[in-house]
Design a protein around this ligand. Structure first.
Ligand code: HEM
Length: 184
C-alpha cells in the first residue's frame, strides 16, 4: 500500500486524536516500519489493518467508523495532492466517481506502477442516483464509503448512501448514492 495512505492516516490521528495517541499507536502496533512512512514508499497493507485495529482499541471506536472517517479525511488530502484531473471529472461528485476507475486511479497507476488499486464500475447513473460497484481483495469498502462521503463534501453535495455486500467477504460491494434534492 502506498505510503501516501499512511502519511495521511498519521496526519489524521495527530490532528484528531493528538500526539500522545500517535505515540501509543506506534508503540502498540505491529508494523513493518515501526510507524515510519514516507509518501512515495510502498508498505504491506497489513500495516494499515493493524494500525486501524489498534486505533479502534485505543479510541474505543468501531473499526468501520474509523475507516469511514479516515476515508473522508483522505479524500481532501489526495485531491489536493494531485492537480491533473480530467475536466469532465470535475463537474460534480457523480462525474468524479464515474471517472475514478478509468481516469483517476488509472493515472495514479501510471504514476505509481506498484500501486494496487480497487476496481470501480458504474452500474447505473442519472441526475439523482448513482450505483457504483467496488471490487478489491483488500476489502476496504468502509474506506471507500468515507472517500465517497469526502467526494460529496468536496462538491458541496448531500446524499444518502446505501451499502450492499455482493460478496460476503466484502471484496465486492455495491454503493447506491441518492442525492438529496431541496433544502436538506
Ligand atoms: C471518491 C474517490 C475515491 C475512492 C472511492 C477511492 C477508493 C480507494 C480505496 C478504497 C483504496 C484502498 C485500496 C483498496 O480498496 O483496494 C484506494 C487506494 C488508493 N487511492 Fe483511491 N479513491 C478515491 C480517490 C482517489 C484520488 C482522488 C486519488 C488521487 C488522485 C486516489 C489515489 C489512491 C492511492 C494512491 C491509493 C493507494 C494504492 C495502493 O495502496 O497501492 N484515490 N482508493
Amino acid at each position: 500500500m502506498k505510503g501516501i495512505i499512511f502519511t495521511h492516516f498519521f496526519e489524521m490521528v495527530e490532528t484528531e486524536f493528538g500526539d500522545e495517541t500517535v505515540e501509543i499507536l506506534i508503540d502498540s502496533t505491529e508494523t513493518s516500519t515501526k510507524g515510519v512512512y514516507t509518501s512515495a514508499g510502498n508498505y504491506p497493507p497489513q500495516d494499515i489493518f493493524n494500525l486501524v485495529t489498534s486505533l479502534s482499541q485505543i479510541s474505543q471506536l468501531p473499526q468501520a467508523a474509523l475507516y469511514r472517517h479516515f476515508g473522508k479525511y483522505l479524500f481532501a488530502g489526495l485531491y489536493s495532492n494531485y492537480s491533473i484531473f480530467p475536466p469532465k471529472a470535475l463537474k460534480n461528485s457523480f462525474s468524479f466517481l464515474d471517472s475514478l476507475n478509468d481516469y483517476i486511479h488509472s493515472d495514479v497507476y501510471k504514476l505509481y506502477p506498484d500501486a494496487e488499486l480497487p476496481h470501480f464500475s458504474t452500474q447505473y447513473r442519472d441526475e439523482q442516483k448513482m450505483v457504483l460497484v467496488y471490487q478489491s481483495n483488500r476489502r476496504m469498502s468502509d474506506l471507500a464509503f468515507g472517500l465517497i462521503e469526502g467526494c460529496l463534501a468536496h462538491f458541496g453535495e448531500k446524499a444518502s448512501i446505501e451499502v450492499e455486500f455482493l460478496k460476503e467477504d466484502g471484496s465486492e460491494v455495491l454503493f447506491t448514492i441518492k442525492l438529496n434534492s431541496g433544502e436538506n
